[in-house]
Structure formats: C-alpha cells, structure tokens
Design a binder for this molecule. Sequence first.
Ligand SMILES: C[S@@+](CC[C@H](N)C(=O)[O-])C[C@H]1O[C@@H](n2cnc3c(N)ncnc32)[C@H](O)[C@@H]1O
Length: 239
Amino acid sequence: MKKLLKSAYARFVAPAIHRRCLADMMAASADFSSVRWEGRVLWQNPLDLWRIHESVLELRPRLIVETGTNEGGTALYLAHLLDQIGHGRILTMDIKEVDGLDHPRVRFIRGRSIDGEAVETARAEAAGRSPVLVLLDSDHSAAYVREEMDRYAPLVTPGSWLLVQNGVIDQLPHLRGTRPGPLPAIRDFLRDHPDFEVDHERCGRYLLTHHPMGWLRRAQTVAATSSRERKMGSPRRFE
Ligand SMILES: C[S@@+](CC[C@H](N)C(=O)[O-])C[C@H]1O[C@@H](n2cnc3c(N)ncnc32)[C@H](O)[C@@H]1O
C-alpha cells in the first residue's frame, strides 16, 4: 500500500505540485523576463540557467550556438563561462537588433534562425570545432522548432546536447494559447533521430524547469540509424 501511494505521488501529485509552483514563480517574476546578468537582461529560469552552467563546465564546448538572443544576457553569461574555461566561441542570432553586446567570444548575426544565411554561418563556425552545444530559444511554435532542430541538430557533436527550450508551453494551462509548442516537435524529431535521446536527469535535476524533455543528448557511438534513412536505405551521415 505504501509503495502504491509513493508511486501515485511520484506520477501524479508531485508533477502537479511542481507545475503549480513553476506557474506561481512565473507569475511573480513576469516569467523571469527581467533576470539580469551584469545588468543585461537574460531571459531564463535561474534553475535552468544553473543546469546550463553545469553543462558548459562539464562539456567545455568550443562553440555554443544560441538561437534567440533577445538582449544578449545569456550570450554574455556564456561568454564569461567560456572565459573561465579559457576557450570557445558563441554564435547567437535574432530577428531583431541587439545593442551593445560586445565580447570577443560572441558573434551576433541578425536574421531568422532557419534561413540559409544563418544556418550557413553556424555551419562555418562549427567546422573543425568540437564539442559544439546548441541552444534553441527563438520561435517556440512546434513547426518552427522542428525546422530549427533539423537544421541545427547536425551541428551537435556526439556526446553533446541540443537544448530545446520552453517545452513548458505544452504543459502549463496559462500558456495553452501559444500551443503547440516544442514538445510535439521534440517527440517528432526523436522518432526520426535515434542518435538523440532525452537526458532525463539533466532535464529533471531541479524539478521546476522550463525545458521538459529539452536536453537531448547525441549518442557517442554511431550505432543508430534514423527511421528516415532506414526507409531510404542511405548510409548514415554524421555531419
Ligand atoms: C525567449 S527570447 C530569447 C531569450 C534569450 N535566449 C535569453 O536567454 O535571454 C526569444 C527571442 O527570439 C527571437 N526570435 C523570434 N523568432 C525568431 C526567429 N525566427 N529567428 C531568430 N530569432 C527569433 C525574438 O526576437 C526574441 O528576442
């Protein structure tokens, strides 16, 4: 009986409590939209930011690609982390201009993240660099996220992550107006890409996350073949 209650708590009660707490935190902080790093707005849930910080120090990336710069606080934060490591660059992009984002490790480009120019720039930056970490934080609609995943997942080096942000849109009742968000895109992508899997520990460590199922780890080995490639009978590509 005790085991049954524990399992019911873990499956149904705890997730509901976590979502309620997260919704209250978002209401109290205008969805963390004025969190700052050294005075510059960085639009992240601080618990998720801490997981990013831990992941960057663990991975020691040579390149981080961020789609959706906003005011550039996260790009600057990442640059300071890379300063500690002593290597690495950040490519960040947005459809709107960003003022005063000035750090030698940061390159900003203006444009839609799925457009050819942005994707080509990212490919050129990634060429010969490893590890590469990708953070998708621009347009969070399902169709757009899926397009972004197709274009940027190939840049993620084996063992690194593709972080698809804001899947919380598909979970919290007050965000239902902006659905479908990233979660259906992630599920769809995973069906086609068995070389990626959800890093559940990374997603769930601090419980109150904006990015459920968001940390996708690329396998170290080349064992898997995507369903699309199996159908086409083509050899496996690892760009
Ligand atoms: C949630 S904010 C990004 C927050 C930022 N990553 C941070 O951590 O502070 C989303 C940003 O994506 C940008 N954006 C929206 N659609 C975009 C697109 N198609 N391509 C590139 N950027 C886009 C918006 O202008 C906005 O600045």
